[in-house]
Design a protein around this ligand. Structure first.
Ligand code: HEM
Length: 406
């Protein structure tokens, strides 16, 4: 039965979801196209999933308010909607609330202050070598980008080389992929497989990766210590939050560049103009790639890698345009709906990087990296990784659209 407060909220029926799944039309983008009228009219729709009503919110004013008041709209306990994930990822910086979240965020923050650009450059060059070898054949972009981001993250997070680019069939990679497919959030198993023992690593390494920086932060007198288990859960969530998100973003932008040759050319001219003959950019050069930056944001607007944020729980009734959603309801913030709203963006379905020219992101209805105090911890990390990849790609390759229809 629908709770009284949700009766006026339009329902995306289970039958519709089932039908879309069969027709392979079940992405968050398709959901928006099918229900745009209701998202625009009410700013909210509801779905019944796993015995629970979930409201998807795309009203920009409500979303802003929710992100600015995380105590009133805390993250839903992971155990409530995914006991399996909760068993493997425990309580971590993405899924915790209140004082526990503040403690994790304090320890994790310094690890993201220094981004090890050289790891990205090295991995980017490795990718170019792999591409050279598959000369003139079509490329499965998503697969390649996932291999790139896994290698980059393995090195930057805990100094481990998965070597996925050179050897995608090695046991670490196949295990990671198998488990990821089966369990989605399986990284913790992998960590066990790699026999990662935090104390042991501490003795052995001096690479300046996220793990080491987090351990240093734990030793800081102003920070409460994390136990080994807490540290492991937080590293696992970095793998989960940082691998596919960036791979998705890289894939969709390469696709967009391949389709929009004029924009690709403009991007190439910027890269050549700033880098000259060198394909290994410095931090300063990366910062001055203004057009590449615009491309990255416009891509994340069109195809947000996190199209629905982790669920929140209402601790008070929520007034929407045409309904009052009762306290206790699970809420999914739906940035895809905001990013594609014709009321908020002119020609939202068009790829126009110039929208972001000289714009302050805070004044735009842009939630590619979330917002408020729960904003993405790895946004800078990912932006640098993406810039390096595009620099390399633009330098060596002309992208040509090849779309496989299946
Ligand atoms: C294109 C790449 C990425 C995108 C689009 C992205 C997007 C997001 C978004 C939208 C959120 C907010 C989710 C919410 O409020 O429920 C988030 C949070 C987070 N992201 Fe990312 N992310 C990316 C890459 C990364 C990377 C590379 C890392 C780490 C290595 C990372 C770590 C995190 C963490 C730890 C949080 C939780 C922050 C908190 O709650 O305090 N992300 N990300």
């Amino acid at each position: 039965r629908t709770p009284d407060g949700l009766k006026d909220v339009h329902t995306i029926s289970s039958f519709h979801l089932f039908k879309s799944a069969i027709k392979k039309r079940c992405g968050t983008d398709q959901m928006y196209l099918d229900f745009q009228e209701y998202f625009e009219r009410d700013g909210v729709v509801k779905l019944f999933i796993k015995g629970k009503w979930i409201c998807l919110i795309s009203d920009p004013i409500i979303v802003k308010n929710m992100l600015l008041r995380p105590d009133t709209f805390p993250k839903l306990d992971l155990k409530e909607y995914s006991p399996i994930c909760s068993r493997h990822l425990g309580v971590n910086v993405v899924h915790s609330n209140g004082d526990i979240w503040k403690r994790y965020r304090r320890v994790c923050n310094p690890a993201f202050k220094i981004i090890p650009v050289h790891f990205f450059v090295e991995t980017g060059l490795k990718l170019m070598n792999v591409l050279e070898r598959i000369d003139n054949k079509p490329i499965e972009v998503m697969d390649l980008m996932q291999r790139f981001t896994l290698d980059a993250l393995g090195k930057t997070a805990f100094g481990f080389d998965f070597n996925n680019l050179e050897d995608p069939n090695n046991p670490y990679v196949t295990t990671y992929n198998d488990l990821l497919k089966k369990l989605i959030n399986c990284i913790i198993y992998l960590m066990k497989l790699l026999k990662i023992n935090i104390n042991l690593l501490l003795l052995e390494k001096s690479n300046g990766d996220l793990l080491e920086l987090m351990i240093n932060a734990c030793e800081d007198q102003n920070n409460a210590n994390l136990t080994d288990v807490e540290l492991r859960h937080n590293l696992s969530i970095f793998m989960f939050a940082g691998h596919e998100t960036t791979a998705d973003a890289l894939s969709t932008l390469l696709y967009l560049l391949a389709v929009h040759k004029d924009i690709q050319q403009k991007a190439r001219e910027e890269v050549m103009g700033i880098l000259g003959d060198s394909s290994t950019p410095s931090a300063e050069q990366l910062k001055s790639l203004k057009y590449i930056n615009m491309l990255i944001y416009e891509n994340l607007r069109m195809y947000p890698s996190v199209p629905i944020f982790s669920l929140r729980k209402l601790s008070e009734d929520l007034k929407c345009k045409n309904s009052i959603i009762p306290a206790g309801t699970a809420i999914g913030i739906y940035p895809y709906g905001i990013h594609h709203s014709p009321t908020l963006w002119e020609n939202p379905e068009k790829f126009i990087p110039e929208r972001f020219e000289n714009k302050n992101l805070e004044n735009l209805e842009f939630y590619g990296f979330g917002g408020g105090s729960r904003m993405c911890l790895g946004n800078n990390f990912s932006l640098i990784e993406q810039r390096i990849l595009y620099v390399n790609m633009n330098f060596h390759w002309l992208l040509i659209a090849y779309i496989k229809m299946d």
